[in-house]
Each structure stands twice: as C-alpha cells, then as structure tokens.
Design a binder for this molecule. Structure first.
Ligand SMILES: NC(=O)c1ccc[n+]([C@@H]2O[C@H](COP(=O)([O-])OP(=O)(O)OC[C@H]3O[C@@H](n4cnc5c(N)ncnc54)[C@H](O)[C@@H]3O)[C@@H](O)[C@H]2O)c1
Length: 373
C-alpha cells in the first residue's frame, strides 16, 4: 500500500513542489495549510497549482485538533508551515513566534501521541548569520560580523581586526549558528526541537537547511518572500529592483525542483535520520548578477537596478552552501542550472504583473521601522 505523507504548509511554494515529486514517486500526499492571506491572498481558495491528488485539509498548525486530524493514517511528516519573512519577523515578533515556534511544539505533542516513521523539518540558511570566511593567512573564521560604524561608512566587506578583507568560503553544517533575526531564531528552535523530541520518542528526524530557493509558485504578493521573486515583481511592474548595500553580496540560489528531490531523499535514506543537511545549489552569485540575469530572462534589461547603498538590519554579507554532506549521505545532486531555472521562472511570471505590485513596498516598510542603516 502506498505510504501517506503529510506536508504542513503543503499548499505553499516548496510544499506544493514536494507534493508533485512525492506523487510522481507513488506516495499519497496530504497537506495541512491555513492558506495564510499573506501568501495566498484574501479569501484564499485552494491554489490552482496544487495537484488535484493532494488531499488539502485547511487548518492551522497551532490548532491541536486540526493537527491530530491531519496526522490520522499518516506514515511520515514534513513540517514546512511557517511565516517566512526575515525582515517582517523583526516587528511581528509575537506572530512569528506563535506560528513557527509554538506551531512546531503543537505538532510535536501530537506526534508524541501518534509517532510516525520519519519527521523532516524545514530549517534555513538564515541560522548561520554570516557564512564561513577565510583570513588572508588561511585561517577559517566562523563568528565574523560587521560593526555599525563600518556599515555607516558603506564599507560592506567583512574584515579582520587589522582591516584585511575576509574571503567567503562554502558554509558547512558544522558552522555555529549566529542568529540575527526572530525568523532565524525560530528556525533554529524548530530544528532543535524536532531533533530532540524525535530522539526522545524514537521518531527518526531530519532537519534540512534550505538556502535561497527559487522557482514558479513563489508568492509574488508577499513582499517578504525571496529576493528573486521580489526582483521579478519589480521588473514586471516596470520598476527597478532595489538592491541593498552595493549588490556584491553573494548567495546560493537553488531551484525548487532540486529542493523537492532533496526532501524526498531525506525521507527515503535511512542513514539521514538524526542529521542536519544543507540543501543549496553549491554555486553562488552576487545579488547584482542575479538582478541582471532575471532582467534578461524577463526582457527588462533596459531597467537598471537601484543600488541602495543601505544596510538592512539582520542582513549578512555572504553565505553559500557546502553541500558535501547531502551529496554523500543523501545522494543529493542538484540538476537545474541557474539560467534554465530562471527561464522557467520567467515563463511562469509572464502575465502576473498585478499580483506583483505589493512587493514594491517591503523596503519602505523596513525603513519606516528603522530597520535600515
Ligand atoms: N523559500 C525559501 O527560500 C526558504 C528558505 C529557507 C527555508 N524555507 C522554509 O521552507 C518552508 C516553506 O517555505 P515556502 O517558501 O514554501 O513558504 P510559503 O509561504 O510559500 O509556504 C508556507 C505555507 O505555510 C502555510 N502556513 C503559514 N502559517 C501557517 C499556519 N499557522 N498553519 C498552517 N499553515 C500555515 C502558508 O499558507 C503557506 O502555504 C518554511 O518553513 C520556510 O521557513 C524556505
């Protein structure tokens, strides 16, 4: 008999792609999702992109009754339901803590009553804060930070105490966390809570630290979503994207189809239990290069990005994934080249200018709250 898998947040961007992957591999899929208005719009209905074979239960992960009902007859759980805006988490503190931390606690209490074969929790690169760096002398530095005075002078790179520039290197799972936002704190809490409760109650648990995931279905109406969707929304509205700092900060952009595959492997590979994995592309690009590529993919090369030369509270300079562990243990191997993925994204984006509009306001809102320098 086919195994039934529950995805909390399964009507969202990554959850829906994972559902497609699992259905293709013969699983039955149930989603528990509250269809949050920030992601799905007011009076949201089941999203069109969600495969008709997904059983959608509309409910809140903080509601023990809804969670218990969603767990009935389920063999494994992916816990993706969350509020996902780093900047927004810095002022909607109570809401983020309720959904992300408390929601996880409610799910875990239900799982203690009704254990499953595997629990997989979505964590995030944001828990690292700054990535790993190397000094000119070759020493690895994991706690690097930039001071306010430096940022006010628009000196964006990380430096040694002597002022030498540090070079970013791929960040492995062993880098200690440096939690710089309420969102990151919540993600780390979710990850640790799942692993420790999982261990105590013999529920094999895997935590996956996603890097910058992009692809079709990412909510353009949500101004706190990923940078690629935000840039795309601005281009589609014929407005320049706003790039913080000087645009030379580097990130790891991973296609959502590769993430979905990594998630399935985390379910199927026995040795993955009790471990934490980075899921990224293993490649990195500057934010400015990303803006250029997406503008080209959308035919908007004539719109120059606006380089804000401004620091956003909680932002980091460089972080990209070392995916050696996922390759070795899970057999994870990202397949989607960045330009191919951008082409697909551009195709999906065409004709979505209206839903793109609100994304223009996120930077203004952060500035109004004193969260930029
Ligand atoms: N997209 C990324 O780049 C990225 C990176 C790192 C980690 N993650 C994590 O991956 C997971 C999925 O992210 P996504 O990009 O698909 O986001 P998303 O916003 O598209 O999906 C999240 C889903 O959770 C649902 N949800 C929100 N609050 C809920 C609640 N209280 N009860 C039930 N459902 C609720 C939303 O309606 C939405 O459908 C999240 O846990 C996120 O923190 C995402």
């Amino acid at each position: 008999m086919a195994k039934r898998i529950l995805i909390t947040g399964g009507a969202g961007f990554i959850g829906s792609h994972l559902a497609d992957n699992l259905l293709q591999h013969g699983y039955e899929v149930r989603a528990l999702d509250c269809l949050s208005s920030q992601v799905h719009g007011e009076h949201a209905r089941r999203p069109d992109y969600l495969d008709p074979d997904v059983e959608l239960q509309v409910g809140d992960v903080r509601d023990p009754v809804a969670v218990r009902r969603a767990l009935e007859g389920v063999d494994a759980v992916y816990h993706f339901a969350a509020k996902v805006g780093v900047g927004q988490s810095m002022y909607q503190v109570a809401d983020y803590t309720a959904v992300n931390n408390e929601g996880t606690a409610v799910l875990l209490e239900a799982l203690i009553e009704r254990p499953v074969e595997r629990l997989i929790v979505a964590s995030s690169m944001s828990i690292y804060g700054e990535g790993l760096y190397r000094t000119p002398a070759g020493e690895l530095i994991s706690g690097a930070e930039r001071g306010l005075a430096q940022l006010q002078m628009h000196d964006w790179e990380l430096r040694t105490s002597r002022g030498d520039t540090l070079t970013p290197v791929p960040t492995p799972e062993t880098k200690s966390p440096a939690l710089a936002s309420v969102y990151a704190l919540g993600k780390y809490d979710q990850e640790r809570m799942c692993l420790l409760v999982g261990r105590a109650y013999k529920i094999p648990t895997v935590a996956l630290r996603f890097f910058n995931v992009y692809g079709p279905r990412q909510a353009l109406s949500n101004p706190y979503t990923g940078v690629l969707a935000i840039f795309a929304a601005r281009y589609l509205a014929d407005q320049p994207p706003v790039i913080f700092e000087d645009g030379l900060q580097q990130r790891d952009f991973v296609n959502v189809r590769d993430i979905a595959e990594g998630c399935r492997l985390a379910l199927e590979v026995t040795r993955a239990a009790d471990k934490v994995f980075n899921l990224g592309s293993g490649e990195h690009f500057t934010v400015r290069a990303v803006a250029e590529r997406i503008s080209a993919a959308l035919g908007k090369e004539h719109i120059e990005p606006r380089i804000a030369q401004q620091y956003r509270v909680g932002d980091i300079r460089h972080c990209f994934a070392d995916i050696t562990l996922a390759r070795r243990v899970l057999g994870y191997s990202p397949q989607v080249a960045f330009d191919e993925g951008l082409g697909e994204l551009a195709e999906w984006l065409q004709g979505r200018t209206e839903s793109a509009q609100p994304a223009a306001d996120a930077g203004t809102e952060l500035a109004a709250r004193g969260l930029t320098v």
